[in-house]
Design a protein around this ligand. Sequence first.
Ligand code: DAK
Length: 256
Amino acid sequence: MMNVLFKQIDRVLIAQLNRPKALNALSSELMYELLTGLENYDADSSVGCIIITGNDTFFCAGADIKEMASKNATQMIEEDYFNHWERIAKLKTPIIAAVSGYAFGGGCELAMMSDIIYASENAVFGQPEIKLGVIPGIGGTQRLTKLVGKSKAMDIILTGRDVSAIEANRIGLVSKIFPQKDFMQHVLDQAQKVANYSKVALKTAKETINQSLETGLKSGVVFERKLFHSLFNTPDQQEGMQAFIEKRIPQFNNFN
Ligand code: DAK
């Protein structure tokens, strides 16, 4: 069985985790399929936005505990376990995590590696690794802290408690909550909106926002301005501004 189902709707690529018997736990096989699939679509100019999702009741219950359980530290270090997952964070196309139901451990971390997290009303987030005698290992301690601040991150990671969609939205983990009914349609509408903009502008915006997490304000603003200037060398800038002046919808280069 395929662990990930890929489906393209217009300019939006939907990657649906599909390992229902293990609540979409992230086995090596599943991650291999997800990573290679996403990297291929990332390079495809017909894809302007990616959605990663699960199903109505679970997004993903985390790294595969059964696969990890018997490993020792030597194996983990030798394999540099989880290191390759960072390839998701390197993708240039905007990624939306559409979370309905559980997003625990690596599932929550996968969502945080995405650019936007939309949650259904029934979404539940958590980093329960502490209950297993470990800590988040796919960026959770770092990304959660950057998103919600030290105090909340400590509370969530040290207690391993559940975080409801409402709380996740309030503390800035989630971008927006949509009703459970027609959740995917709401997400798709947002994704279509993003996907129809200029891809080069989208990639540049994503890169610039991510840079703000790595750099101070002054150099970050310089970085932004340089990329802003460089966009004036793109046909999409010409088209976008000309269309505004002529009061028509822009036809970005994506549609070649
Ligand atoms: N891995 C493997 N199988 C899982 C799983 C997981 N994460 N989560 C659920 N399953 C499996 C269950 O074992 C069960 O399989 P069978 O018994 O039917 O064979 C099936 O999915 C259905 O699960 P439940 O029967 O438990 O379903 P419930 O609805 O009762 O409960 C639940 C749902 C999500 C509350 C519960 O399944 C649960 O608590 N799951 C574990 C959630 C969790 O702890 N996630 C964090 C995973 S650990 C590191 C290395 C590793 C890590 C960190 C650092 N370093 C290298 C530094 C760990 C990372 C993680 O993500």
